[in-house]
Ligand binder design. Structure first.
Ligand SMILES: [Zn+2]
Length: 203
């Protein structure tokens, strides 16, 4: 899911708010950075917000219902004295597929809800979604494995099935694996996840 945060019209604040801002809201031709500054807080956000990867800042000023900025969420602050929380993250730049799909377009959460906070499932976020590490360690990752855990998963299997001998594993793979003579499958059938680089290369 993506967090959708809708901001109202621009207004100045006589007393700076908990984020130190003396203004809030939407104004024409605001930059994406300004939209994030206006939309990063402070919101009533429940625990489900902590699972989200992206947020869209949108104008809640009919007929202006455009997406103003797309943000990658790094964390969400603890509640302030009024129980409101704010997003810590970075504005996605032009060229990012998630940003390009939505910024400048109509609010994808086009409903009549007066709640300025909403959630929506968007297809472009699928590849970035947090999921359980495939090694079974219980951590969550935006890739198939947490950094280095692809190596761990392989070596766990070598230990369990080949008495810890990488050489025996390699021989077995050569004889019985998809690249073995007569198997008819090329190396492409191994199913390696090419997005996972060497250990430590993760984001
Ligand atoms: Zn793992």
């Amino acid at each position: 899911m993506t967090l959708v945060l809708r901001i109202g019209h621009y207004k100045t604040l006589e007393v700076p708010d908990s984020l130190g801002r003396d203004w809030t809201g939407w104004f024409p031709r605001m930059t994406e950075a300004e939209a994030f500054e206006a939309g990063r807080g402070a919101w009533k956000l429940g625990p489900r917000a902590d699972n989200e990867t992206f947020a869209l800042i949108t104008a809640n000023t009919p007929p202006d219902r455009a997406v103003l900025a797309a943000v990658e969420i790094e964390s969400i602050t603890a509640p302030d004295a009024e129980g409101r929380r704010s997003i810590v993250g970075r504005v996605l730049e032009a060229g990012h597929p998630f940003r390009d799909a939505y910024v400048g377009h109509h609010d994808p959460l086009d409903n009549e809800s007066r709640n300025p906070v909403g959630y929506i499932d968007l297809p472009e976020e699928e590849q970035y979604r947090l999921r359980a590490c495939a090694c079974g360690c219980g951590t969550e990752t935006k890739r198939d494995f947490s950094p280095g855990h692809d190596q761990k998963a392989i070596h766990d299997r070598i230990r369990a099935h080949f008495d810890g001998s990488t050489l025996r594993f390699i021989h077995w793979m050569d004889q019985h694996g998809p690249a073995a003579a007569g198997s008819g499958e090329g190396i492409g059938g191994l199913g390696y996840d090419e997005r996972n680089g060497p250990p430590g290369e993760g984001d």
